[in-house]
Design a protein around this ligand. Structure first.
Ligand SMILES: C[S@@+](CC[C@H](N)C(=O)[O-])C[C@H]1O[C@@H](n2cnc3c(N)ncnc32)[C@H](O)[C@@H]1O
Length: 287
């Protein structure tokens, strides 16, 4: 049997999605600044129609809805039932955002309907990203804009580099990640992202680095914030998957090691950890 690849496997309709729901408020706080940067790049105008791909619990869809207003429309699409359930529960009654459980790479979407294809960290999980973007392009109007944020490589993202480094030697080694396999870091290579979009039929592809410090833990004291950061790292993301089948003593040692690694990060009632993303923009050709 192939070794488990903890960097890629995420069961969005099952456990991963359910854990995201539990930590949704904190995850939204962590990703907010990246989402805002992508929204600025999308520059939604009043009355526009937006497709939010992999919208999760819908925070970015609701932000986009506020920008396009009552005369606009946002369709948030996500493969995860628990996350779409949370998005619907959080949506104010009068929002122009609606949410749909669907695989964006194959879902029936209205043709030529959207002014903007947007995503906050939701487009790196397709098995065939070129085919997925070509499919989603058909839902766009001629001249429509694309704007999304995705992670750069793992080595540049301390929120995963630090904890995964800390558990080396405690947890049996896992398969080296295939950088192009579906997963959070599969769009780390900007040349690959440009190729995917170009072959999918988009033009004017621009890819710019965006760095921000992520509030990983929160608490009344620094110690409480460190505990919080460790808890979340053990529950959500690659480290949680690396530890999923491990016995309690290994999990306890890993927790101590991750806490020591995070202790070097700044923050008084938080743990601020560096994150490195791409802001990607492109355009659907006019004809
Ligand atoms: C890292 S989360 C980001 C969620 C949300 N955009 C946010 O910023 O909170 C990635 C999301 O992509 C969704 N996803 C993964 N593959 C998908 C697919 N093929 N179609 C639609 N959504 C997908 C997952 O269910 C998950 O909600």
């Amino acid at each position: 049997m192939a070794e488990k690849d903890v960097y890629q496997v995420a069961d969005w309709s099952g456990q991963s999605g359910e854990r995201w729901v539990v930590y949704q408020a904190r995850l939204d706080a962590m990703m907010a600044v990246f989402g805002q940067a992508a929204i600025e790049a999308a520059a939604p105008a009043t009355g526009e129609r937006v497709l939010d791909v992999g919208c999760g619990a819908g925070a970015s869809s609701l932000d986009l809805a506020a920008r396009v207003g009552a005369g606009g429309h946002v369709l948030g699409v996500d493969i995860s039932e628990p996350l779409i359930g949370r998005a619907r529960a959080l949506a104010p009654q009068d929002t122009p955002a609606v949410f749909q459980v669907a695989d964006a790479s194959s879902a029936e979407l209205p043709e030529g309907a959207f002014d903007i294809l947007f995503s906050r960290f939701g487009v790196m999980f397709f098995h065939d990203p070129t085919a997925a973007f070509a499919h989603m392009r058909r839902a766009l109007k001629p001249g429509a804009r694309v704007a999304f944020v995705c992670w750069r490589g793992m080595a540049e993202n301390d929120w995963v580099r630090l904890p995964m480094g800390a558990i080396k030697g405690i947890v049996p080694p896992t398969a080296p990640p295939d950088p192009e396999a579906p997963g959070p870091f599969s769009f780390g290579d900007q040349g690959r992202v440009a190729r995917i979009l170009t072959v999918a039929g988009f033009t004017d592809v621009a890819i710019a680095p965006f760095n921000a410090s992520i509030p990983f833990g929160k608490g009344e004291t620094r110690d409480a914030a460190l505990d919080d950061a460790v808890e979340m790292t053990l529950e959500v993301g690659p480290l949680s998957r690396a530890l999923a089948d491990q016995p309690d003593d290994i999990r306890a040692r890993a927790s101590v090691a991750v806490r020591a690694a995070f202790a070097g990060c700044p923050g008084e009632r938080s743990v601020m950890i560096d994150g490195a993303a791409w802001i990607v923009t492109a355009r659907n050709p006019v004809s």
